[in-house]
Ligand binder design. Sequence first.
Ligand SMILES: Cc1ncc(COP(=O)(O)O)c(C=O)c1O
Length: 403
Amino acid sequence: MRRRDAATTDAGRLDDFSYLEPGTVYLDAACQSLRPRPVIDALTEYYTEYNACGGRVKYAWGKRVDEEVAAARSAVLDLFSLSPRNHAVSFTLNTSYGLNLLLHQLPMNTYLRVVTSHIEHNSVFLPTMTAASRLGVERLVLDRDADGALRYEPAQLERAVVVVNVTSNVDGRQLTNLSQLVHDTHARGGIVILDAAQTAAHHHPLLRKTEADAICFSAHKMYGASLGVIVARHELLASLEVTFIGGGMVADVREDSFDLLPDDPAALLEPGLQAWGEIIALRRAIDWLSTVRPGGRSPAEHISGLADRLYDGLSGIPGLVLLNTVSAPVISLYSPKQDAHRLAVFLSHSGIMARSGYFCAHHYLKEQLGLPPLLRFSLGLHSTPADIDLALDTLTRLMKGLA
Ligand SMILES: Cc1ncc(COP(=O)(O)O)c(C=O)c1O
C-alpha cells in the first residue's frame, strides 16, 4: 500500500479533517477519534450505493457487502500480523460488549480465577466481577508498575482468565510485560483477553503476532465509525458456551435445538444483523492509518511529537498535578484547588473540548488513589500544535484567574 504525505489546511490540520470549524479544539480522542473524510465517505457510499445486509442475500448489493466485510476482517488481522488460520475477527457494539460476550460465555468448571489489575477501565473492571461470580471463582486484582507492567506471581496465573488493558486510558501506560504474561499464563493453563481500546489506533505494533487469546477494541477510537471488534483464537471460540444467539449463527433450527454454522467461528459472536456500513468503514480507517503520513511522519511519530508538546506545556503550568510521569497521547491531571469539571466548562467557553471526571476508572482514581475528579486531554491525528498551544494558554490563564 502506497504511503502518502498528507496535505494540510492553512491551519496545519490534515485535510481529511478540514470539516472542523476554525477555533474548534477537540481533545477527547481517547473517547472517540474524529473520523477522517475517507471513513465518512465509505459510510455514505454504503448507505447510498449498496445498502444491503451481508451473509444472506443473493443480489449484487449483498455480494459487494460480503466482499467488503471479508476485506475488513482481513485488514484487522493484517493490522496485528495475525493469520486467519489461528484467529477469527468478529464485530460487535464496542470494546465493553466484546469483553462481556467473551467473559460471559466462558466454559464453566475450567478456570480457577479471574485476574485483572487496579488500573482498568470499567469495561474490564466490572465484567471481571460478574464473570468471576458466574463462574463461581475468585477474582484477583493486581498492581501495575509505573511502566504499565502487570505485577504477578506465576502461581497466580494457574488456570486463570487474565483480562487487562494494553494501554491505559488514564495516562497511556502500556502493558510492557505482555509477552511474558501471555507465556506464563499459557504455561499454567490460563487464557489472556486484552482490552486494546487505547492501543489499536497508534500502538497496534505492540500486538503484532501476539499469542494472546483475544483482543477487544473499538473502531470509534481508531478513526473508524462506531463499532466493536473482537479478534479471538479459534480454540477460545470453540470452547465458549454460546448463549447470546440469533440469526446468522445457525445452519439449522428445530423446535428445541439448533446446529451452529460449522465453519464460521467469527459468527459465534455475531447474533443478528451487523453494522455493515461501520464494518466497511473500519477497513477504510485501517487503510487510512497505514498510508497517511502527517508531516511526512508515521501517525505514531506524529502523535508522539504532539504528546511531548502537550506534556511539556502542562508540566510547566503552576498548580496542576499530572498523573503521567512521561508524555503520552492521553494525559490526566488535577488541580488541588480547582474543580476539574469547572475547568472543563471554562475551557469549553474557548472552544476547547477536554474531559473531566474519572474516565470510567473510578476504582483506581477515586477509591485507590483517593483523587478528586480529573481533567483529561487526549490527542488524535486531527490535532495540531496550534490546538495544543491554545489549550495550554487558556489553561494557564484559567489557573491564574481562578487562583
Ligand atoms: C482502555 C479502555 N478500555 C475500554 C474502553 C471501553 O470502550 P467502549 O466504550 O468503546 O466500549 C475504553 C473507552 O474509553 C477505554 O479507554
